[in-house]
Design a protein around this ligand. Structure first.
Ligand code: PLP
Length: 399
């Protein structure tokens, strides 16, 4: 640990709330799939700020769009019309289905907005007393009171009771449990098609289609949280498109503005009618600089066919990790995921493995204690993945 890092840690202890378990690393700058610490050491970033810097750090085209917009107009509020908001909404809907967009500032806020929209749509448009939100065990939907209640992990709820009413959690992947849970009070089901924080858990198409059908047959909405899986990460623009699903609402954030804080709720025109002027709002949502960054990001994702690239790179990574698994059957339990959202489940506590990889210059995440989670910038190269696989091979051999 360098002196500058030790000094910075001490300043944090004296000035910043201790709400994060941080990695022992202070970063100074980045370029594409690489990050540099305070001493100038280079790291291969296989995390992208948790699925955010999809087009790479300091992407020059996004940086230019932001720099130009910052000098023109930064904020006016949603009391005004902005051409950029309409441009971005149209660009997003072109990747999904006809609908309407609500812009906000984070993933939790997008899910909070989706929950509010579902409830208000049921009351005001459908005239039905449906308010319950059904979600899954091991899910993750955010840290606001409503979204942590929807999150199917006790650790995020610890100490925050009383929690809002009207939330039901059912075992993930169990269609019979979902069947039993969706009733006359259900407003919507909210799920991730591949759970991220929960350990990179994909669901099979049959289950997902079954849940969608149950929702539609019983008059509940089907909402997909695409905050981690969306924007080309899994090999298609939206992960639910793998399985031919047609959610009524999807939520987006993380990589939407390639690193600037932005979220969005996308809903069908009918469901969008649940919001009227004054019913839901946020000061900064869809501000000019954020929209300029996001518009450029979405343009590049489409122009450079980043979904196909993620699929190709993901297949390559999966083949490397399958070989590793064959070489270390006692240490790697399984490899999961799709495209560039990959979980390598270890048969042991992963902390030491993660530390050894970090010390060799690889940044990734350890989730659920045993799953090495890779969410690299989508611009990652095959030689980067090969270099990582070689390092993991060495680290596992030494473990
Ligand atoms: N939903 C999913 C699937 C996520 O992975 C996350 C964050 O990791 C969120 C919601 C919450 O997003 P944010 O941290 O921007 O509030």
């Amino acid at each position: 640990m360098s002196d500058s890092f030790t000094a910075l840690k001490a300043r944090y202890a004296d000035s910043i709330m201790n709400s994060y378990g941080r990695y022992p690393l202070a970063l100074s700058h980045g370029k594409a799939q690489f990050l540099y610490d305070l001493d100038g050491r280079e790291y291969l970033d296989l995390l992208a700020g948790i699925a955010v810097a999809n087009l790479g750090h300091a992407n020059p085209e996004v940086a230019r769009a932001v720099a130009e917009q910052v000098q023109k107009l930064v904020h006016v509020s949603n009391l005004f019309y902005l051409t950029l908001q309409a441009d971005l909404a149209e660009a997003l809907l072109a990747t999904w289905r006809p609908g309407r967009v609500f812009f906000c500032n984070s993933g939790a806020e997008a899910n909070e907005g989706a929950i509010k929209l579902a409830r208000r749509y049921m009351r005001k448009v459908k005239k039905q007393e449906r308010y319950e939100i059904v979600s899954l065990t091991s899910s993750f939907h955010g840290r606001t009171l409503a979204t942590l209640t929807a999150t199917g992990q006790d650790k995020v709820k610890d100490g925050f009771a009383p929690l809002p009413e009207g939330f039901v959690t059912v075992p993930a992947g169990d269609l019979a449990a979902m069947d039993a849970a969706i009733g006359e009070r259900t407003a919507a089901v909210l799920l991730e098609v591949i759970q991220g924080e929960g350990g990179v858990n994909p669901f099979d198409a049959e289950y997902l289609r079954g849940v969608e059908k149950l929702c539609h047959d019983r008059g509940a909405l089907f909402m997909v949280d695409e905050i981690q899986t969306g924007l080309c990460r899994t090999g298609v623009f939206w992960a639910h498109q793998h399985d031919g699903l047609h959610p009524d609402i999807i939520t987006v954030s993380k990589g939407l503005a390639n690193g600037l804080p932005m979220g969005a709720v996308l809903a069908t025109p009918e469901v969008s009618a649940g919001f009227e002027p004054g019913s839901h709002a946020t000061t900064f949502g869809g501000g000019p600089v954020l929209c300029a960054a996001a518009l450029k990001t979405v343009e590049i994702l489409v122009r450079d066919k980043m979904a196909e690239r993620s699929a190709r790179m993901g297949d390559f990574a999966q083949s490397l990790f399958a070989n590793l698994r064959a070489a270390h059957p006692d240490k790697i339990k399984g490899v999961r995921g799709r495209g560039l959202m990959i979980g390598i489940e270890l048969a042991m506590d992963g902390q030491k493995i993660w530390e050894a990889l970090l010390s060799r210059g690889f940044i990734l995440n350890l989730t659920q204690g045993t799953v090495l989670r890779l969410l690299p910038p989508l611009v990652v190269e095959s030689q980067d993945l090969e270099r990582f696989a070689k390092a993991l091979d060495e680290v596992l051999s030494e473990a």
